[in-house]
Design a protein around this ligand. Structure first.
Ligand SMILES: NC(=O)C1=CN([C@@H]2O[C@H](COP(=O)(O)OP(=O)(O)OC[C@H]3O[C@@H](n4cnc5c(N)ncnc54)[C@H](O)[C@@H]3O)[C@@H](O)[C@H]2O)C=CC1
Ligand SMILES: O=C(O)[C@@H]1CCC=N1
Length: 264
């Protein structure tokens, strides 16, 4: 039995992915402190919503998807009910395996995950790190669970703040760029719906080229950039506005914030 603690954006994303991957609703539990939200998801997915203690007692895989600031209270509540041999998987940004282990009984197995929202369409990118007591079979179990919603990779835990900054928050930067490009289309006199279609398909096409050709992004960018042409004129503006440096600073800020959330 898999229990998902905290059925917000990410909790629902994982829940729906597991169901799409063929896991029966009877094999899943959710807990959610907002009663209306619990009722909505029970109705939508046919899964049972229970209290945290009941879920911790019944499940052998406990997936914690509350906000980082709610994690200590949740761990304190469930800790006496997490049996030896069961697995605790946390998706919270900045919550270390050391923190999870310190709030659970000695020897409990934990896995820390950084997912992202494209998991909602089975195109997620998740990175995982195992805690001290997690055996390889348990890590594999966590990887298989997450593979229901996209790609999964294992990284040293020291890299998880960087992962959070790159792929965890990453979809937001891409949507931000998309918003700006749509706005540009409107400035150039295009209906918003047309601009949205152009930008969305361009993003999808560019992402597919990156994934399927295996070509370096610089090569792909140069293929678009004719000497003395339109792209070169646009890219010079981006360089003049230090957009590349701004992206790097933005992701450094995200990694710093991730470290702050873990109290480090
Ligand atoms: N949204 C995103 O793109 C990503 C989020 N995350 C992580 O996922 C976690 C959840 O994020 P979101 O889903 O965006 O937040 P959210 O606020 O949408 O969901 C959290 C849910 O947990 C519930 N909750 C809080 N304390 C509870 C408790 N003690 N018992 C039961 N339910 C409780 C809240 O009512 C809420 O519905 C965070 O730790 C975040 O760092 C990680 C990667 C990406
Ligand atoms: O903004 C956040 O804190 C979370 C972590 C990664 C994406 N969203």
């Amino acid at each position: 039995m898999v229990a998902i603690f905290g059925a917000g954006v990410m909790g629902e994303t994982l829940l729906s992915g597991l169901l799409r991957a063929g896991r029966p609703p009877g094999d899943l539990l959710i807990t959610e402190r907002r009663a209306d939200r619990a009722a909505e998801l029970t109705e939508k997915y046919g899964v049972r919503a229970v209290g945290n203690v009941e879920a911790a007692t019944e499940a052998d895989t406990l997936v914690l998807v509350v906000k980082p600031q709610d994690m200590a209270a949740l761990l304190d509540e469930i800790s006496p009910h997490v049996a030896d041999g069961n697995l605790v998987v946390s998706l919270a940004a900045g919550i270390t395996t050391e923190f999870l282990e310190s709030r659970l009984a000695e020897g409990r197995s934990v896995v820390r995950v950084m997912p992202n929202t494209p998991a909602l369409v089975d195109e997620g990118m998740a990175a995982v790190s195992a805690g001290r007591h997690c055996v390889p079979e348990q890590l594999q179990h966590a990887i298989e669970l997450l593979a229901a919603t996209g790609k999964v990779t294992e990284v040293p835990e020291s890299q998880l703040d960087a992962v959070t900054a790159i792929s965890g928050s990453g979809p937001a930067y891409i949507f931000y760029v998309v918003e700006a490009m749509i706005e540009a289309g409107v400035v150039l006199g295009m209906p918003r719906a047309t601009a949205t279609e152009l930008v969305t398909q361009t993003l999808y096409g560019a992402a597919t080229m990156l994934r399927d050709t295996g070509q370096h992004p610089t090569v792909l960018r140069e293929q678009v950039t004719s000497p003395g042409g339109t792209t070169a004129a646009a890219l010079r503006e981006l360089d003049d506005h230090k957009v590349r440096a701004a992206f790097i600073s933005a992701m450094e800020a995200a990694a710093i914030r991730s470290r702050e959330l873990s109290g480090g």
